[in-house]
Design a protein around this ligand. Structure first.
Ligand SMILES: Cc1cc2nc3c(=O)[nH]c(=O)nc-3n(C[C@H](O)[C@H](O)[C@H](O)COP(=O)(O)O)c2cc1C
Length: 166
């Protein structure tokens, strides 16, 4: 069968895929004794048995190679009201952890105070994904704090659940 190839502009791709509403996570790790992390929309559950999760990291990310070097990571699911925190982790360079409270999880990866949930993992696979890599992690520990609703991301903007449900 012939492969189907259509010219799809970056703008159209971003616009259409931006309609897929998601939560936002901050992926964290410890590299050289320092906490590192980046804001990540592509985090999701992958497998129940064994328990696995996945996220995609841009090849241009300066933080991803440090997380890969650590071999483990925590995915911190952000709560409503944490949009400023998300922006802080979405800017390359600088001290992303300035003013951020955290403690070490089971793998040693930073668990951010106030996160809605966290999933602490060991990296098992890194797969090709175009200009991203697909990272697969096996879950070592996890917990959720259901006291508040999630931070949502839709069409390039942050939002919260309309009825405040959690
Ligand atoms: C809401 C939101 C979601 C994002 N999701 C991803 C993602 O899934 N994968 C990714 O590589 N970058 C994602 N980014 C961009 C990274 O956070 C950003 O490029 C990164 O922090 C750059 O810093 P670094 O060079 O330290 O990696 C997202 C940014 C925002 C604001």
């Amino acid at each position: 069968m012939q492969p189907i190839r259509t010219e799809i502009s970056d703008t159209r791709f971003r616009d259409v895929l931006g309609h897929y509403c998601s939560g936002v996570a901050v992926i964290t790790a410890i590299d050289g004794g320092e906490p590192v992390g980046f804001a990540c929309q592509s985090f999701q559950a992958l497998s129940l048995e064994p328990p696995m999760v996945t996220f995609a990291a841009a090849r241009t990310s300066t933080t991803w190679p440090r997380i890969q070097g650590a071999g483990r990571f925590a995915a911190n699911v952000l709560a409503e009201g944490q949009d400023a925190l998300c922006r802080q982790f979405a800017v390359s360079g600088g001290d992303k952890f300035a003013g951020v409270d955290w403690r070490a999880g089971r793998t040693g990866s930073p668990l951010l105070t106030g996160a809605l949930a966290w999933v602490d993992c060991e990296i098992t696979d890194v797969l090709e994904g175009g200009d991203h890599v697909i990272v697969v992690g096996r879950v070592a520990d996890l917990a959720a704090d259901g006291r508040t609703g999630p931070l949502l991301f839709f069409r390039g903007r942050f939002g919260v659940l309309a009825d405040g449900a959690c």
